[in-house]
Design a protein around this ligand. Structure first.
Ligand code: F6R
Length: 364
């Protein structure tokens, strides 16, 4: 049932091109020029804000979605951690939609947050992997992510499928609200259709990433840096690494480096920089150079253009396929997952069942 892989996590990482292609099909209109939701309809012109709530990796998917909704749809987005949201007495207006993201659909804090929002928000949306789950049942509209069963405790394919569903929602919202034209929408759809193939190409970097993981396995601490929609990916890279390899890891927004974490940098601390060439690339590179000037060992994850421009003095470079900046967060999840996976394998930890963790957190 691991289909020839050593762990469920490896199988689930490898499956991503297929499940993403399925999900994309489910979210594409018949003419493939726009988004059609697989279940029901949403009118994003009727809300003035979206409040997104989730835990862990699902929360990081929401953090990426915030960049997308603001940029593509001009819609303000709040992102909250469910355990904070549920007790904070948050203000939820009746013009806002509340959106809950959960692989299992059973996370206790997320479900409690949903029940709080239900009394207040105009609509309760959820993005779930398990369609018969409590969170799906208690939503006005539950959107499936079509990832299939995820066994590994560390979320991989559910994360990228959550991102795909959220990207589709952001595009739908942008189009409905007149923020993107038919032509822009069609261009985004073309980009989306290339995604499964590009993701598949990125899997061929596994051997190179495994070698780097072998070197990272002896580190005590690892930092992950990213800017813009790569910032939540830096958080995800750090979360994945700490949960399965037990190496202390932190993700930071690149621009925050000099506000504290730069004090940690020395030659023993690998710093993973996630930087596709986009409009923020040069800024991220200058943060990376600050790390190198202090002896930090940089693992740069970028594309061919970025590698050409910025790999001087870099310890290790992972050269990703080129992708539209909008979809880069989905693609860059793959090297983050593979780095965590192979570091954990090198350390000999229980990859699929990391200590102290449960797949579904049904108590708070
Ligand atoms: C991390 C991970 C967890 C879950 C979190 C939420 O790899 O798997 O952080 O993302 O427990 O779980 P769901 O999505 O089931 O609500």
């Amino acid at each position: 049932e691991k289909a020839g892989h050593k762990h469920f996590m490896a199988k689930e990482i490898a499956e991503q091109p297929i499940v993403l292609a399925d999900a994309l099909k489910a979210y594409s209109s018949n003419d493939a020029k726009g988004i059609a939701l697989p279940s029901g309809t949403i009118d994003f012109t009727k809300c003035d804000r979206i409040t997104m709530v989730a835990c862990g990796t699902a929360n990081l998917a929401c953090q990426v979605a915030k960049y997308w909704f603001e940029q593509i749809a001009g819609l303000p987005v709040d992102v909250d951690i469910a355990s904070e949201f549920r007790y904070r007495k948050p203000v939820v207006s009746d013009k806002s939609y509340a959106l809950f993201v959960s692989q299992s659909g059973e996370t206790a804090d997320t479900l409690a947050a949903l029940r709080y929002a239900k009394e207040r928000a105009a609509m309760i949306l959820s993005v779930v992997n398990v369609p018969e789950s409590s969170i799906a049942r208690e939503s006005d509209l539950a959107l499936p992510i079509m990832a299939g069963v995820e066994v590994g405790v560390a979320s991989t394919k559910a994360f990228t499928c959550q991102l795909l569903a959220l990207a589709a929602l952001a595009l739908k919202a942008g189009h409905q609200r007149g923020h993107i034209s038919d032509a822009e929408m069609a261009k985004h759809m073309d980009d989306l259709n290339l995604l499964p193939g590009i993701l598949n190409q990125s899997l061929s970097l596994e051997k190179a990433i495994e070698r780097i993981a072998g070197k990272i396995a002896s580190a005590q601490d690892v930092l992950f840096l990213g800017r813009g929609s790569m910032f939540p990916l830096a958080l995800e890279g750090a979360l994945k690494l700490k949960e399965i390899s037990y190496i202390h890891a932190e993700g930071y927004a690149s621009g925050e480096l000099k506000h504290g974490p730069i004090a940690l940098i020395d030659k023993t601390v690998p710093v993973v920089v996630m930087a596709p060439t986009d409009e923020l690339f040069d800024k991220t590179v200058s943060n990376m150079q600050e790390v190198m000037a202090r002896g930090g060992k940089v693992v740069l994850i970028t594309d061919a253009e970025g590698a050409k421009e910025a790999s001087d003095g870099v310890w290790q470079t992972i050269v990703m396929p080129t992708i539209s900046p909008f979809l880069a967060p989905i693609l860059y999840a793959v090297p983050a997952q593979l780095l965590a996976y192979h570091t954990a394998v090198a350390k000999g930890t229980d990859v699929d069942q990391p200590r102290n963790l449960a797949k579904s957190v049904t108590v708070e």
